[in-house]
Design a protein around this ligand. Structure first.
Ligand SMILES: Nc1nc2c(ncn2[C@@H]2O[C@H](COP(=O)(O)OP(=O)(O)O)[C@@H](O)[C@H]2O)c(=O)[nH]1
Ligand SMILES: [Mg+2]
Length: 516
């Protein structure tokens, strides 16, 4: 088998691109127009293959979507919180959704948000007892289904300004059939004292019931921090930049210094980021049945660390598959599968980070300089044709090249998607951003670790590389290199191919490969 190294691949691609340009200039040259047709065919197959892998992934998530019931008075911020956690595509508005009963409607699942949200509508006109009856009937009805996925899996119960007897009754009823998380929402509008009192009353009724405190100050009109600045200067706030609603404490104090009297400003400031949603996600996750957790994780948009772990699993799986495909010594037959694997991985990763994308984005990313995708497949075909011979026997894509290219691409996509999610912005040219990231990565060694069968244990390390590289300017390659010894040790260890060396006192002092 004749391997192909990275620089040669790039070389070929460069030649391929030139070929492409030439074919645009004089498109009536017969051999070149064949090339164009081939390219179209290649893209057609690519779109098809990618569409399948990605579709399966999304459909499975939707099939296993958890069903979450919202309970709480109108205006407690239910819709706002759902939008914050799952994105606004669920369009939780009064009249939408599929009616469950007269007073409940269901939203989702969608491709973007594989969750089912049941929201109440118009229950405020009913008495507490009638509302309770409605709730009981609805829960009993869905529990008739033999399919556990149709049951209500979780309730987000929105607490009002006081904890009342009716709250206690509601929660008792709900706990009979599903997990409950109490949500003290609009936290930014409540005083610490109010929250402390609520928590105490709740704990008396239900010791150990999960409570999440959330708030989204961006939602309110005029926002002033409730509990003062950290220095306790309650009266001295100004809210600057009303659009973004940042605040600044302008408290000043006159103090004596050696040279005389001086003005000292507090200067504490903050901004109005939403908060508490991550905690709500964690508490909810703990209470969901295992079958629905993956969908829930893919639907939520607030906990990045969870997304990294998910992404690492996807990258590892794609890398392992590409490595196997790359190992088959069939000339070029491995191109379409590799293209599909990589494209499917890119789409799935973007989905995991909830970065909106079009098929054309995936195409653009996949045809970039270092990606082993449609671009390279086409370029290699062009290069071979230009040099006068067709597919030569033994020209298989080397397995390490395949694995490395896919993993490199995966980590780059994940890092860039994580950054997009973190700052809420998507670069104008997503593809260029990902390719610039790709050029900073050399993870061949990492791929070797994955190849040693201990793939699962590598997930955590990949997640860590993504995490560190997406929140700082750290070079992902350096992060990878620093972790490499440990990654390999863990991979080998879990594959059972490693002997631990212990000191006489029993401490692990090293490791070794058997028979070497
Ligand atoms: N200050 C503040 N306002 C919020 C918060 N959550 C929601 N709101 C506002 O409260 C109002 C009612 O919210 P909505 O989500 O429609 O409540 P729902 O009736 O329970 O679905 C809207 O004007 C929101 O902008 C929050 O955490 N803080
Ligand atoms: Mg609402």
């Amino acid at each position: 088998m004749m391997g192909m190294n990275g620089s040669r691949m790039m070389d070929m691609e460069r030649r391929g691109e030139e070929g492409e340009d030439r074919s645009r200039e004089d498109g009536n040259d017969e051999s070149e127009s064949v090339g164009v047709r081939e390219k179209e065919e290649m893209e057609g197959r690519f779109v098809l293959a990618m569409g399948m892998g990605y579709r399966e992934f999304v459909d499975a998530l939707k099939r296993n979507a958890p069903r979450i019931l919202l309970v709480g008075d109108t205006g407690t911020g239910k819709s706002s919180l759902v939008n914050l956690v799952f994105g606004s595509r669920l369009a939780l508005v009064g009249h939408g959704g599929r009616p469950c009963t007269q007073h409940f409607a269901e939203f989702g699942p969608t491709d973007e948000s594989p969750v089912r949200i049941i929201d109440s509508k118009g229950v405020e006109k009913l008495t507490v007892d009638q509302q309770m009856e409605e709730l009981r009937t609805m829960i009993a009805e869905v529990r008739m289904s033999t399919n556990l996925l149709d049951h209500i899996h979780l309730v987000w119960y929105f607490v009002g300004s006081r904890w009342q007897e009716s709250d206690q009754k509601y929660v008792v009823t709900l706990l009979e059939s599903c997990g409950v998380v109490l949500v003290i929402n609009k936290r930014d509008l409540r005083s610490n004292e109010e929250v402390a009192n609520l928590r105490q009353a709740i704990t008396e009724d239900f010791p150990g019931l999960a409570v999440a405190e959330c708030g989204d100050p961006r939602e309110s009109g005029a926002w002033i921090p409730q509990d003062g600045c950290p220095q306790g200067h309650d009266e001295e706030f100004i809210v600057v930049n009303v659009k973004r609603r940042t605040w600044h404490c302008r408290f000043t104090e006159t103090v004596s210094s050696i040279d005389g009297r001086e003005e000292v400003a507090c200067g504490a400031s903050g901004n109005d980021q939403p908060f508490g949603a991550k905690e709500l996600v964690e508490l909810s996750l703990d209470r969901l049945p295992a079958e629905c957790r993956k969908s829930f994780l893919c639907a939520q948009r607030v906990d990045l660390t969870r997304m990294h772990i998910q992404a690492a699993g996807i990258i590892t799986a794609a890398t392992a598959t590409a490595t196997v495909v790359g190992a088959a010594p069939l000339p070029f037959s491995d191109m379409p599968p590799l293209v599909a694997i990589e494209a499917g991985m890119i789409a799935t990763l973007m989905r995991t980070y909830n970065v909106p994308f079009q098929l054309t984005d995936v195409l653009a990313i996949n045809t970039g300089a270092l990606g082993l995708g449609a671009g390279i497949a086409y370029a290699v075909a062009q290069a071979l044709k230009a040099s006068g011979f067709f597919v030569a026997a033994g020209m298989a894509i080397d397995m390490t090249v395949a694995g490395t290219a896919v993993m490199t691409m995966g980590i780059s996509v994940a890092i860039v998607c994580a950054r997009c999610r973190e700052n809420g912005l998507i670069p104008e040219d997503l593809s260029a951003e990902i390719h610039s990231q790709t050029s900073r990565l050399e993870v061949g060694d990492l791929v070797n670790a994955v190849r040693t069968r201990g793939a699962a244990s590598v997930d955590g390390q990949i997640a860590e590389i993504i995490r560190m590289s997406s929140t700082s300017d750290a070079n992902p390659s350096e992060v990878a290199r620093d972790n490499l010894r440990d990654i390999q040790r863990r991979a080998l260890n879990s594959a059972g191919a490693i002997e631990r060396i212990h000191s006489t006192s029993g401490n692990e002092i090293g490791w070794a490969l058997p028979n070497q």
